[in-house]
Design a protein around this ligand. Structure first.
Ligand code: GDP
Length: 302
């Protein structure tokens, strides 16, 4: 399937793990474990997460629980699935009991934010929800136009800035207000992801989040980071910065149908404890799948 195809970059780098384990020999376990750790780091798992995985394997070898290369491979896979599920928590959207549910979506430009919002909106509309989008990237006119196209495609409504002076926080306040008055089910807020004015961007996101909560206490119910699946370890730095500013509750990992480097997301989930909720596997409205840790890991270690 497409996740399998897309995990190609990481899988390629993990090929060396198979080689290591094929010639596994208990006598030189320590050398092999070091090479295994190295291989995981090269495959973008990040030094801390790689060390953690290898430490667990080392202990199990010492206890006599793992004897063959096949045992170790099985343990390697199940420990990554474990990291992705236990550290990550639920991969369901939790939209609360009261309406509207508000989802704030953040991420750097080009990562697939607008596309993912379109896909998510489509999914929710198909489940019968009335969805309202907020074109919160008020700095780029093209961003609002692009989101408006997705609104049409997914059968949802959209609020765009009245003029080029309206700030994102005011737009989001207004959007939530309208959803409350019209008794709509879900609000999804797009945001700016320009990187060149980073501090300004982070302040603006924090303000937008506060404005949403001011209109509707308890909102936003989800704060989703869209991560480009083709990014390597830089993913972790990005995620950390957004998490510090807006407190993330979930991740959408995009472009897994391309030459993705999915390994890096394991360290994001492990270090920040944020679950992956969905994966993007293409450019159409249908190409959003719920995240499944086991099939993700099966794609990395076929
Ligand atoms: P934004 O700047 O973060 O809003 O990013 P966009 O939503 O505009 O997406 C940037 C580019 O990535 C566009 O060309 C999208 O079609 C493409 N894209 C987004 N998600 C996916 C995905 O899951 N798979 C593929 N192949 N392309 C994607």
């Amino acid at each position: 399937d497409r996740i399998f195809k897309g995990a190609s970059k990481t899988r390629e780098k993990l090929g060396v793990v198979d080689e290591l384990l094929t010639y596994w020999n208990l006598e030189d376990a320590e050398d092999t474990l070091e090479e295994l750790e190295e291989a995981l780091i090269t495959a973008d798992f990040g030094p801390r997460t790689a060390l953690k995985i290898v430490d667990v394997i080392r202990t199990k070898i010492e206890n006599g629980d793992l004897k063959t290369g096949a045992d170790i491979r099985r343990e390697l896979k199940s420990s990554i699935v474990g990291l992705l599920t236990q550290r990550g928590g639920s991969s369901e959207l939790s939209l609360g009991d009261t309406k509207p549910a508000v989802v704030l979506v953040v991420g750097v430009n080009g990562g697939g934010k607008t596309t993912s919002i379109g896909k998510l909106s489509h999914k929710l509309s198909q489940q019968g929800a009335k969805v309202l989008l907020a074109a919160g990237d008020t700095f780029r006119a093209a961003a609002a136009e692009q989101l408006a196209e997705w609104a049409e495609r997914s059968g949802s409504q959209i609020v765009v800035a009245k003029n080029n002076k309206q700030r994102p926080d005011s737009l989001m306040y207004e959007t939530v207000d309208r959803a409350m008055r019209e008794e709509l089910d879900v609000v999804i807020c797009d945001t700016s992801g320009r990187l060149h004015t980073n501090t300004g961007l982070m302040e603006e996101l924090a303000k937008s989040k506060r404005a949403i909560g001011k209109r509707l206490p308890g909102a936003p119910h989800e704060v989703i980071l869209v991560l480009d699946g083709t990014t390597g370890l830089n993913m972790l730095n990005q995620a950390r910065e957004f998490h510090q500013t807006v407190g993330l509750t979930g991740i959408i990992l995009t472009k897994l149908d391309g030459t993705a480097r999915g390994g890096a997301v394991v360290s994001v989930v492990d270090e920040l404890g944020i679950p992956i909720k969905f994966v993007g596997v293409g450019e159409t409205v249908e190409d959003l799948q719920p995240f499944d840790a086991q099939s993700f890991v099966d794609a990395l270690f076929p």
